[in-house]
Design a binder for this molecule. Structure first.
Ligand code: NAD
Ligand code: MN
Length: 501
C-alpha cells in the first residue's frame, strides 16, 4: 500500500498544541511536570512516528491529584449552586464545539481513526453528552418518601456525590469515553482524577485546557497520562479514591475489582464483548449489508460492541456474504487524516500484532477469509477489512474478542421459534450488545427480549445517545453509563429521618 499521505490542512491549534512538548499533567487546575520528570512518547499509528512527548505520572502525582481533588470537593465545588455547575458543564461543551476541527484532527492523529468519524461522530457526541448532563444538574435528586409505620416522621432521601472518583479510559474513543465518565460525575458534584490510555493521551489533555478556560474550580478535574500497570494500579489501590470507573478489557476489569475490594471502592465497568449480529431472511438487504459492515469495520473494529459474530440465515448466507465481501473490499483503507479514508490503522503495534495473531489462528483452525485476511506491509498498523467463513462456534475467532476489523460469519437454520440462534448468540461469556435484522416486528421484539445483552439494536447498529443507558450483562461489566442510570452510579443514597413530634 502506498502511504504517501495527502494530508488535510492541519489546524493551527493542533500544530501549536503538538509543538508544546512534553505535554504536562493537569493537576489542581495547573499544568505541571511529573514529579519524576519522566515522559513517554505518543505515536501516530498511521506512520509509526512520534507525535509528541507526554509527561508520565507516577504514584506521587496521583497523591497530589487526590489532595487537590479533595480540596475542591470540600471547598468551592460543593458550595457552588446547581445553576452555576450546570453552566460550567455547558460552557465546556461550547468550548469543545468551538475547537471541534482541532480536536477531531488531534484525535485522528493520535488514535488513527478516520477524520470523517472524529468530525461527525466522536466529537459531536462528546459535545451533546456534556450538554445532556449539564441539564441534569438541578433535576436529579432524592425523593420524599411516604413511610408506612411512622406517621409523624418526615422521611426523604438525598443523592450525594461519592467524592474522589478515579476514571480509567481506553484508547478506542479517547475523548468520547472520557466525556461519558466526566459528564455524570460532574453533574452530580463529584471530583475526578482521569487517566487516559497510554496510546492516546492527547485529546484529553486538549480538553484539560478547555476545562481550565471554562473556569472550573481548581482540582475538580485532574487529568493524568501514564501506564495502567503503574498509575492505573496506584489509582485502584489508593485509599482516598472512592470509586473507580473503568472501560477496557475484561481481564484488567477483573484485576481492578480485586484491587478495589481492599477499600471496598465503588466500581463500574464497561468491558469487552463478542457481540452477535443476526440476519434473518426477511431482512432489508439494502440496510442490513451496510449495517453489518459498519458494525464490525467502524473504528477498525476496535469497538467494544463490534458485531464480530455474524449469524446469517442459511437461506441467504451465500448471497448476503458475497455482497458484503464485495463492499468490504471497496472500503478505502488509509491514514485517518485523509478525507476519503473509511478504515484507518489500528491504534498501536501491539494491537496490530494481536489482530495479526487472530488472523493466523483463524486460518490454522480451518476458517477461510473471503476478503482481507493478511496485514498490509508498510510503516503504519494497517489491516484490511476481513471476513471469515467456514467458522464454527468453538473456534477461537468466534469466541474471543479480537478488537480489530475481523468478523466471523456463521450460518444458522431456524424455525419460527429462533431457539437455535438465540442459544448460540447467548453462548458467550460476554453480553454487551447484539444486532438483529428483520422486517417482522414480532420476531424483532421477541428476540430482543431473549438476547443476553445490555444493548440490542434492531435494523441498526452502533447507535449511541447520551439519553440511552449503556453497559453490559455477564462479563461485559456492570453499572451503566449515560442516561439517568449513570447519575445513580455517581451518587450515594442517604435516608434522612426527621421526628416531627
Ligand atoms: P486495557 O484494558 O489494558 O487498557 C484500558 C485502560 O486501562 C488503559 O487506560 C490502561 O492504561 C489501563 N490499565 C491497564 N492495566 C491496568 C491495571 N492493572 N490497573 C488499572 N488500569 C489499568 O486494554 P489494552 O491492553 O489497551 O487492550 C487490550 C484489549 O482490551 C483489546 O484487545 C480489547 O480486546 C480490550 N479493550 C476493550 C475496550 C472496550 O471499550 N471495552 C477498550 C480498549 C481495549
Ligand atoms: Mn497515539
Amino acid at each position: 500500500m502506498n502511504h504517501t499521505i495527502q494530508k488535510i490542512k492541519l489546524d493551527a491549534k493542533v500544530e501549536a498544541f503538538l509543538n508544546k512538548s512534553p505535554k504536562k499533567l493537569f493537576i489542581g487546575g495547573q499544568f505541571v511536570e511529573s514529579i519524576s520528570g519522566k515522559s513517554f512518547k505518543s505515536i501516530n499509528p498511521a506512520t509509526g512516528e512520534v507525535l509528541c512527548e507526554v509527561y508520565e505520572a507516577g504514584e506521587q502525582d496521583i497523591d497530589r491529584a487526590v489532595d487537590e481533588a479533595e480540596k475542591a470537593f470540600h471547598g468551592p465545588w460543593s458550595k457552588m449552586s446547581a445553576s452555576d455547575r450546570s453552566r460550567l458543564i455547558w460552557k465546556l461543551a461550547d468550548l469543545i464545539e468551538e475547537n471541534l476541527e482541532a480536536i477531531a484532527q488531534l484525535e485522528t492523529l493520535d488514535n488513527g481513526k478516520p477524520i470523517r468519524e472524529t468530525r461527525n461522530a466522536d466529537i459531536p457526541l462528546v459535545i451533546d453528552h456534556f450538554r445532556y448532563y449539564a441539564g441534569w444538574v438541578n433535576k436529579f435528586s432524592g425523593e420524599v418518601i411516604n413511610n408506612s409505620m411512622h406517621p409523624n416522621v418526615f422521611t426523604y432521601t438525598r443523592r450525594e456525590p461519592i467524592g474522589v472518583c478515579g476514571q480509567i479510559v481506553p484508547w478506542n474513543f479517547p475523548l468520547l469515553m472520557a466525556s461519558w465518565k466526566l459528564g455524570a460525575a460532574l453533574a452530580t458534584g463529584n471530583v475526578v482524577i482521569l487517566k487516559s490510555a497510554e496510546n492516546t493521551p492527547l485529546s484529553v489533555l486538549f480538553l484539560a485546557e478547555l476545562i481550565q478556560q471554562a473556569g472550573f474550580p481548581e482540582g475538580v478535574v485532574n487529568i493524568v497520562s501514564g501506564y495502567g500497570h503503574r498509575i492505573g494500579t496506584a489509582m485502584t489501590n489508593h485509599p482516598r479514591i472512592r470509586k473507580i470507573a473503568f472501560t477496557g478489557s475484561t481481564e484488567v476489569g477483573k484485576s481492578i475489582m480485586r484491587d478495589a475490594s481492599k477499600y471496598l471502592k465503588r466500581v463500574t465497568f464497561e468491558l469487552g464483548g463478542k457481540s452477535p449480529n443476526i440476519i434473518f431472511p426477511d431482512a432489508d438487504f439494502s440496510k442490513a449489508i451496510p449495517g453489518a459492515l459498519r458494525s464490525i469495520f467502524f473504528n477498525q473494529g476496535q469497538v467494544c460492541t463490534a458485531g464480530s459474530r455474524l449469524y446469517i440465515h442459511k437461506k441467504i448466507y451465500d448471497r448476503f456474504l458475497s455482497d458484503m465481501a464485495d463492499q468490504a473490499a471497496k472500503l478505502k483503507v488509509g491514514p485517518g487524516i485523509e478525507e476519503e479514508t473509511q478504515v484507518g490503522p489500528l491504534v498501536s503495534a501491539k494491537q496490530f500484532e494481536t489482530v495479526r495473531g487472530y488472523l493466523e489462528k483463524g486460518k490454522q483452525e480451518g476458517a477461510r477469509p473471503i476478503t482481507g485476511g493478511t496485514t498490509i506491509e508498510g510503516s503504519g498498523y494497517f489491516i484490511p477489512p476481513t471476513i471469515f467463513t467456514d467458522v464454527t462456534d468453538e473456534m477461537t475467532i468466534a469466541r474471543e474478542e479480537i478488537f480489530g476489523p475481523v468478523v466471523s460469519a456463521m450460518p444458522f437454520d431456524d424455525d419460527e421459534q429462533m431457539t437455535d440462534v438465540i442459544r448460540r448468540a447467548n453462548e458467550s461469556e460476554y453480553g454487551l450488545a447484539a444486532g438483529v435484522w428483520t422486517t417482522d416486528v414480532r420476531k424483532a421484539h421477541k428476540i430482543a427480549h431473549a438476547l443476553e445483552a445490555g444493548t440490542v439494536w434492531v435494523n441498526c447498529y452502533n447507535l449511541f445517545d447520551a439519553t440511552m443507558p449503556f453497559g453490559g450483562f455477564k462479563q461485559s461489566g456492570f453499572g451503566r453509563e449515560m442516561g439517568r442510570s449513570a447519575l445513580e452510579m455517581y451518587t450515594e443514597v442517604k435516608s434522612v429521618w426527621v421526628d416531627l413530634d
